[in-house]
Design a protein around this ligand. Structure first.
Ligand code: HEC
Length: 502
């Protein structure tokens, strides 16, 4: 009798296993069926720096790859179809095919807007061009604008909203254009879909909508029609801004929130607008999108920002009016490498595009499958990590080096040959303390030849750094290649600073 009872209980248990539990597996959820668990899937791979991705009216993901390829992938099967191959793209470092935007009403206006770098008579230009979508191809290019470009700081993002085109241009390395409303660089430009200037622009016949920008890398409208941007600062103060018509955002005088005497007095005279949020140390912000869906609990009414240096997805929760950032949550830090752009599907899934094959690779990347498009269909509340706490594990000197120098010279100091020199076997670092301090205080003064290789990319000035932090970094980089570096005397830093201020 005892055995029959046990068998009976076992039988019910087994039946229960087959008839009750499987129901929860049918819904295509991860093994851990807690509602808030993170769900991640690669939907496309072997891409080459997808600078912009957008959800199309055909329910495919449209992709602009930096070397000049426009394609679309089916997010379910991953199959890729090429729509257009541009043949006149000039591509080095952060130039090339950058922005892409689809018209918000492709049925009536089947237009795709692109911007890319070209070269004419030895000069570089950013070209904004409109193509017409027809079935499986893009036709009839119509150039809307061509403006000065450079090796870097070319922006740029394009967004179409309410039938108007917004184009965020870079300062193209000029320190005067951003503050000159008559030039197109360092601006947000607003135009009709044929490139003409709308009658309600702030200045008659001028596409300038807002100005005072350095290098915008993300731009998105919220559901209520407010425009937000993300922007690269110099050595400090990356920004997210809320854009108002006809306003000045301060670059190059005001960086981040106006604090110093020079910044507050410039702000007083020019009524510049402070960012909603600024990051120092910098995070290398890139693509920006507004999340309006109910699909992922907790993200509604957030700006989603991806980052290159920060290698993460960030959710910036907005207040009800969209005028303040209340919280910042960081997801997937260091997991996928550099992330350049994102898009959100109508169903509320988030798609990320990695940028691990670009000009500035990071340790551990690219992986063979890079670059990838990764689908996020849920995010766990327990996922966000705080980047500062994970960084604080190392010494103070290491933290400073990682924050200020590693984005170019890399974590191990070996740099990227031809772009950022190695600090490990550098004559300057080991043998020439005065030149070393000078380099860090001044930054680049023009192309440098180091061990027979020309470096014409730019190193910013770190003159803002406190002497004690500078000394920490000096000791840190001097001990990278050898274990017996002699610390540099504090007096020498003071002496070099004084000689530069003469
Ligand atoms: C935005 C990229 C960038 C960042 C950030 C950067 N550097 Fe550089 N650095 C360069 C480039 C490019 C060069 C080579 C061109 C030149 O010397 O002007 C260089 C050159 C140097 C050199 C000279 C090497 C030699 O052999 O002559 C030193 C030393 C150096 N950097 C130290 C630092 C330190 C220390 C930091 C952090 C406080 C830093 N750099 C941050 C880009 C950068």
């Amino acid at each position: 009798m005892k055995y029959i009872l046990i068998n009976f209980i076992l039988a019910i248990g087994i039946l229960g296993y087959f008839f009750v539990l499987p129901k929860s597996f049918i819904k295509d959820q991860p093994i851990n069926t807690r509602q808030e668990s993170t769900v991640v899937k690669t939907v496309a791979q072997n891409l080459n720096v997808p600078w912009e991705i957008a959800w199309g009216p055909d329910n495919k993901i449209w992709i602009a790859e930096q070397q000049g390829l426009i394609s679309r992938i089916d997010p379910i099967t991953g199959s890729k179809e090429i729509l257009l191959k541009l043949t006149d793209v000039w591509q080095l470092r952060t130039s090339g095919l950058l922005g892409m935007a689809l018209h918000s009403d492709m049925k009536k206006n089947p237009y795709v807007f692109l911007d890319y770098t070209i070269e004419k008579n030895n000069k570089k230009y950013s070209r904004l061009v409109r193509y017409t979508w027809q079935k499986d191809t893009l036709l009839s290019p119509m150039v809307l604008m061509e403006i000065p470009a450079a090796l870097g700081h070319n922006g740029s993002r394009i967004v179409v909203n309410d039938g108007l085109v917004y184009w965020a241009t870079g300062d193209a390395m000029s320190l005067v254009d951003s503050q000159d409303p008559k030039t197109p660089n360092g601006k947000i430009l607003r135009m009709n879909i044929d490139g003409s200037v709308p009658a309600d622009n702030p200045m008659k016949g001028n596409p300038v909508w807002a100005w005072g920008f350095r290098n915008i890398q993300g731009m998105a409208f919220s559901k209520s029609g407010q425009l937000y941007t993300s922007e690269h600062g110099d050595t400090n103060d990356d920004e997210v801004n809320l854009i108002s018509k006809n306003r000045n955002y301060g670059w190059p005088t005001v960086q981040g929130i106006a604090e110093s005497d020079a910044e507050t007095s410039f702000k007083g005279l020019n009524s510049t607008v402070d960012p909603l949020k600024a990051w120092t140390p910098t995070i290398g912000p890139a693509g920006l999108d507004y999340y309006a869906s109910d699909k992922i609990p907790g993200l509604k009414n957030s700006l989603l920002l991806v980052s290159l240096k920060g290698k993460s997805l960030r959710a910036l929760k907005l207040d009800a009016q969209g005028k303040k950032i209340l919280t910042e949550d960081i997801y997937f830090e260091n997991k996928f490498g550099r992330i350049r752009d994102l898009c959100v599907s109508p169903a509320g899934d988030i798609y990320l595009a990695t940028s691990n094959r670009d000009w500035n690779p990071v340790a551990g990347f690219p992986r063979p499958e890079d670059d990838r498009i990764i689908k996020i269909s849920n995010l766990s509340k327990s996922d966000p990590q705080n980047s500062l706490s994970s960084m604080a594990a190392g010494s103070k000197a290491e933290t400073l080096y990682l924050q200020y120098c590693a984005s170019c010279h890399k974590e191990n100091g070996l740099g990227v040959k031809g772009t950022f020199p190695s600090l490990q076997n550098s004559q300057t670092v080991v043998l020439n303390p005065k030149e070393l301090i000078k380099k860090i205080l001044i930054g680049s003064t023009g192309p440098a030849t180091i061990n027979g290789v020309i470096y014409d990319s730019v190193m910013p000035s770190f003159a803002f750094m406190k002497d004690e932090d500078l000394l920490d970094i000096l000791t840190y980089i001097r001990s990278m290649g050898s274990s017996h570096a002699v610390p540099i005397k504090p007096e020498l830093v003071k002496q070099v600073r004084a000689s530069l201020n003469k």
